[in-house]
Design a protein around this ligand. Structure first.
Ligand code: KIV
Ligand code: NA
Length: 264
């Protein structure tokens, strides 16, 4: 079958169908999610933390993310693969945004890109859309701006909710095909979702967005201290701990490898 496209995503909103998005950073994980029917995968700059071990998304580079994006594209056959543009790779100008996005499309095979910010990145969004690149926007808690926001905290309470609404409408008008809403009050996310004709994708944004996204290590229980908005669907850290301890014990006891794992 063919890949999910922006037209499929738009049609889902018209049918009032909710859909899931997960992050992916490697081929084998992407294959599992692809075969489970996840329609959109994000190669997030959250790779800075979950792959590279940094404590924010700021240090990760285009060169760090390109091979992960290429791996996710190779590991999947049905999902739309969205590449996150990292900090410093698009803010300077629309030209910089186009050069960066083109690398993700040409060198890694991404089908769309995501960038953070509202009206301040409209020239970038317009440039990418005019070049034929689908753009996923990202509002609310935008982790690349953590030093301006003063921490990882809920956004859009009170007055700033009107600003977020205006940003969302401007992004839609500029041609964004979807808008991630991170860590905002459910009531605001509901109003933005009802006001836009393009889908909203929530993370910590309550139950009323068109889609939901989670970082896969969060939903699988690999992340040590996940945020309040995370639901843990599996205890991957616990299961891996148990398994690797069994391996270690069996090696120490001389039980592994057994004859069936050995060549004669
Ligand atoms: O980088 C990321 O994983 C993201 C999602 C949480 C939306 O931007
Ligand atoms: Na991100």
């Amino acid at each position: 079958g063919r890949r999910v496209t922006v037209r499929d995503i738009a049609a889902a909103k018209e049918r009032h169908e909710k859909w899931p998005m997960v992050t992916a950073y490697d081929a084998m994980t992407a294959k599992v999610f692809d075969e489970a029917g996840i329609p959109v995968m994000l190669v997030g700059d959250s790779a800075a933390m979950v792959v590279y071990g940094y404590d924010s998304t700021l240090p990760v580079t285009v060169d760090d993310l390109l091979p992960l994006t290429a791996a996710v594209v190779r590991g999947s056959s049905r999902a739309m693969v969205v590449a996150d543009l990292p900090f410093g790779s698009y803010q300077a100008s629309p030209q910089q945004a186009l050069e960066t996005a083109a690398r993700f499309m040409k060198e890694a095979g991404a089908h769309a890109v995501k960038l953070e910010g509202g009206r301040r990145v409209l020239p970038q969004v317009e440039m990418l859309v005019s070049a034929g690149i689908p753009v996923m926007a990202h509002l609310g808690l935008t982790p690349q701006s953590v030093n301006v926001l003063g921490g990882y905290r809920v956004q859009g309470r009170g007055q700033s909710g009107d600003e977020l609404m205006a940003d969302a409408k401007a992004l839609e008008h500029a041609g964004a095909f979807s808008v991630v809403l991170e860590c905002v009050p459910s009531e605001l996310a509901q109003r933005v979702t009802a006001s836009l004709s393009v889908p909203t994708i929530g993370i910590g944004a309550g139950p009323d967005t068109d889609a939901q996204v989670l970082v896969w290590q969060d939903l699988m229980g690999l992340t040590p201290h996940p945020a309040k908005f995370v639901k843990k669907y599996f205890d991957l850290a616990g299961e891996m701990d148990r398994a690797v301890r069994s391996f270690a014990d069996e090696v120490a006891a001389g039980v592994f490898p057994a004859p069936e794992h050995s060549y004669r």
